[in-house]
Design a binder for this molecule. Sequence first.
Ligand SMILES: C[S@@+](CC[C@H](N)C(=O)[O-])C[C@H]1O[C@@H](n2cnc3c(N)ncnc32)[C@H](O)[C@@H]1O
Length: 275
Amino acid sequence: MLAYRHAFHAGNHADVLKHCVLQQILLYMNQKDKPYWVIDTHAGAGMYSLESEYANTKGEYHNGVARLQGRDDLPPILQDYLDLVKVCNNKGEWTLYPGSPEIIRRTIRAEDRMRLFELHPTDHDLLAEHFDRDRQAKIFKSDGFAALKALLPPPTKRGLIFMDPPYEIKSDYAKVITALEDGLSRFAEGVYVVWYPILTRGDHIPLVESMRALSEKTLNVSITVQEPDERGFGMLGSGLCVINPPWVLKEKLENILPYLVDALAQFDGAHYELS
Ligand SMILES: C[S@@+](CC[C@H](N)C(=O)[O-])C[C@H]1O[C@@H](n2cnc3c(N)ncnc32)[C@H](O)[C@@H]1O
């Protein structure tokens, strides 16, 4: 049933946008003294090899993070992101790509905590091994959607909830909204970040509309970088919809999106949306 493995996609254009935005939100949260929790409801394996068979089946990172490596004109936010990817790699070689748990771990402070959920047995075990004996992280092999009921509000009353489901099963869209409704009823002031793919069938449109209906304080960012394949399918781009975003986020993203789209574009019609 759990067919999705993020190892096939690590470092692709969606990861670039996703992890860059995640890092910036955390950096903003670090500006306030009070500790916070990060709940990653769909954590994946935590770290990925770009030399593995998985990563090289389609080589998606070539049209993602690899397009930023070696550029000497990156805007500061993208430089922050690339620097983080770089410190995960030894001796200047680009062989590893950090998943969201590692992006979070390397950005939070000693007083902050992370709670990571991953259902796939193999990826759960890899994640648990990766964070073995890490006092700030707790790993669970259970449903990340359901987890919010037990964990919200976090004890520190500050938190970021990062929801990154695979959407291979269409019911994930409805589950996101149900989990958000419930989460907001328990912890209205939390920062909720939902990632979504842009597919030809446009399933993300009602998702974003439903999120806007849940909260007036919603910021949506997306990039479209790729055309449909010859059969009319494919992930054309991706986006993140954020409830209770940091007030600076929109302006920060405005400054990098033209550069990012240009760097990741695979066709002339590549574009971004931010509203
Ligand atoms: C897109 S990947 C996560 C990637 C990761 N967030 C990152 O950015 O590196 C989605 C993950 O969710 C897991 N998953 C699917 N349904 C789940 C659920 N209900 N609860 C927890 N994990 C789930 C999958 O096994 C997969 O590893």
